[in-house]
Design a binder for this molecule. Sequence first.
Ligand SMILES: C[S@@+](CC[C@H](N)C(=O)[O-])C[C@H]1O[C@@H](n2cnc3c(N)ncnc32)[C@H](O)[C@@H]1O
Ligand code: SF4
Length: 454
Amino acid sequence: MTDIDLIARYDGRVPRYTSYPTAPHFHAGIDGRDYARWLAAVAPAAELSLYLHVPFCDRLCLYCGCHTSVAHHERPKRHYARALASEIELLADTLGRRARVSQVHWGGGTPTALPDDCLSGLMDMLRARFEVTAEAEIAIEIDPAALQPEKLRALALMGVNRASLGVQDFDEDVQKAIGRMQSFEQTRDAAEGLRELGVTSLNLDLIYGLPHQTEESVARTARMALELAPDRAAVFGYAHVPWMKKHQNLIPEAALPVGVARLRQEAAIRAVLEQEGGMVPVGLDHYARPEDEMAKAAKAGALQRGFQGYTTDAAPVLIGLGASAIGALPQGYVQNQPSIPAYEDMLAQGRFPVTRGVALDHEDRLRRAVIERIMCDLAVDLPAMARAFGVGEAALLADAAPLAGFADDGLVEWDGARLSVTERGRPFVRNVAALFDAYLRKGAPALPRHARAV
Ligand SMILES: C[S@@+](CC[C@H](N)C(=O)[O-])C[C@H]1O[C@@H](n2cnc3c(N)ncnc32)[C@H](O)[C@@H]1O
Ligand code: SF4
């Protein structure tokens, strides 16, 4: 089976499985009252992981699929920071205790777009209302081109110890086509500044499948990225979804690599990171230095999948704060109102701004566990998983029937009980996971389309 045949067979549109059920299956039947009830039932000893979404940027990159917009004035940002503060207060009041927090992740958008005093003030508030543990990860996503040296002081005050820098591509022609100019020096200065600050773990984001990229050009970018000595790298396939993100219509579609070209670009980056950088692959799209916690967790089968991709954080409760943020509780998922004014209004009324979600039943939990292990370990023992959930294995094994074809194509090893995705199959791991997605099979014509598998 050639690469071209594989793409023809498997390049359908499949979810990224950052949750199960996936976000298109969240519905308006779950609201802030359900969320408050679910929070009240959280075990007192349970540790929390907090995600704060900041939907502002200094620039709008044409490829961007994130929930964000450009804001140059301080007023809307301060207004939003006040709403975030109200949400933190409401959360802490509802929990009724100073809960332990093992991770705080600032994402976006570009969280550093908030004024310095808002960032440090919100972090102080988190530390006052929660017991942020001494070893807690304080992570933040950073756009190197927008990181003024003065900002580092605010990050130091916040106690940031992990950072993720958006690189995407260092090639000038690619940068022009995606509306994101960013020199290597700017990126290097940001990396060095963060290291001096005490950031011990640095991640770089790269993208393949962008206009004008070639196997050679992405390999060059990967080599330049290695010069910054990242601890981790995330390598995403460009998700072209112009029906959802109108600004992507400005991407020159004729210059987009498609099908097998994307697969080979991914392989070219992987070869550089692994063979020249000594990094090990983690799950679908991450790489880490072998001594990094993420590589160790992957090896030990302890990797988790969350809305930010892969994580080593094992907190059983993920709280999403901010417009559009998603939370994962033992009972199910909740998502906040995506519109900033509506989000702020609901908090001004003292209500949780949750507008969608889904409650999990026993079958959802079983399938979620199967899909998470496939996405994280690239392997799962189906009868063992069914036993762990106290159910028969017949339904999972029936879903697994197409694995025989995957095995013939060299993508999995399958003995009728345990499946294991091969290195060749790694880019197609989402297709394997999708076999166990009961919602996908039921189909839902009104749901948004997903981006391509590879
Ligand atoms: C919130 S941004 C990172 C922080 C910062 N705003 C920046 O751009 O540097 C998250 C990451 O998502 C990835 N990303 C955004 N839009 C994407 C798309 N359409 N397809 C694939 N990856 C995308 C990029 O790699 C980006 O660095
Ligand atoms: S890639 Fe980052 S900086 Fe660019 S628009 Fe998206 S969130 Fe903002």
